[in-house]
Design a protein around this ligand. Structure first.
Ligand code: FES
Length: 344
């Protein structure tokens, strides 16, 4: 018995015998499927499963993390189809690899950006360097507190790491940071993690959609793209509830002034009285500005409902699902946060 596997990058409809892996069948049919070890250890055959069922034989966490698996990624060298399937191997700039490190840092700056968001900056004191791709996150271990996930707002080549901490509950880690953290205190940073990172090779238009403290990874993504000389249009939207939630506007306005291809809209969902800003839900405001967005990539970070609504809207505007980058963990973290377990 065999199943048919459609590989997006190839015209071949591949018959795969039950118990065979997608990679074995592809290589036997002369499909140039990217691969390395063929034993689940290197990650070179990492692919996206669009439809169908597969079973995977054992592999290393290094080759495929649980988070990537939850996001629909598989290893073709380990994947045995249990039905007809559709897959695509990841393009080169979709595969990143950084050493997982635990580095010792010190708080060198601490600012209250809004009534509920603090910005902290950390210098790396030991066990660095800390390599990451813009959009990724780390686990922060504050003194006496359980670890929490926060995205890097800084650029990978900067000496100082920047994080934005939103106060979500009295007595939690974020309230410790917001109310008690002091300059000079030690913070351990573990990472990097996350798959919602900047795809540098993409040259089509970019949408960067941030809600609340989701500004942190979007800041890193947008600034890194501009610093690398990106020429395509980059449309950034920053959605918050009211005027008092807006932060770093001057910083981004300076970037708008410097880069013709970069635009910024700040969107208030619940403006208090008359406002000169765009008002409404971020997804609606963004959709008002564009028609067909085929060929664009979107990076999203913020509350789950915002991310979900925007992705649905983007798909209707012909942005492919694989071009919408929002970390799956983020939604889970926000859900858990509602249960008082995580903070973001
Ligand atoms: S080829 Fe190395 S993990 Fe599949």
């Amino acid at each position: 018995m065999s199943f048919s596997v459609k590989i997006k990058q190839s015209d071949t409809l591949l018959p795969v015998e039950m118990g065979d892996t997608i990679l074995t069948a592809a290589l036997a049919a002369d499909v140039p499927y990217p691969h390395g070890c063929q034993s689940g250890n290197c990650g070179a055959c990492k692919s996206r499963l669009y439809s169908g069922e597969i079973e995977m034989s054992p592999y290393s966490d290094y080759a495929l993390t649980d988070e990537e698996k939850d996001f629909g990624l598989i290893l073709a060298c380990r994947a045995m189809p249990w039905s007809d399937c559709e897959v695509a191997w990841l393009e080169q700039d979709e595969v990143i690899s950084h050493p997982l490190r635990k580095i010792d840092c010190k708080v060198v700056a601490l600012e209250h950006m809004t009534h509920e968001i603090a910005r902290i900056r950390l210098s790396i004191e030991a066990h660095g360097p800390f390599e990451f791709t813009p959009g990724q996150y780390a686990k922060l271990h504050f003194p006496g507190q359980p670890p929490r996930d926060y995205s890097m707002a800084s650029l990978p080549n900067e000496d100082i790491l920047e994080f934005h901490i939103r106060m979500v509950s009295e007595g939690g880690v974020s309230s410790f940071v917001y109310q008690h953290l002091k300059l000079g205190e030690e913070v351990r940073v573990e990472g990097p993690f996350g798959i919602s990172y900047l795809r540098q090779k993409h040259t089509g238009p970019m949408l960067a959609l941030a809600g609340g403290s989701g500004l942190a990874p979007i800041k890193s993504i947008v600034e890194s793209a501009l610093a690398a000389g990106a020429k395509q249009p980059i449309h950034m939207y920053f959605g918050v509830r009211t005027e008092q939630d807006v932060y770093l506007e001057d910083h981004f306005r300076e970037l708008v002034a410097k880069h013709n291809n970069f635009s910024l809209e700040i969107v208030l969902s619940e403006p208090e009285g008359a406002t000169a800003r765009r008002a409404g839900y971020l997804a609606d405001v963004m959709a008002d500005d564009f028609g067909n967005l085929d060929g664009s990539k979107a990076y999203l970070a913020g509350p789950p409902i915002m991310v979900e609504t925007c992705v649905n809207r983007l798909k209707k505007m012909h942005v492919h699902e694989e071009d919408c980058h929002a970390d799956a963990f983020y939604t889970e973290a926000e859900k858990a946060e509602l249960e008082g377990d995580h903070e973001l």
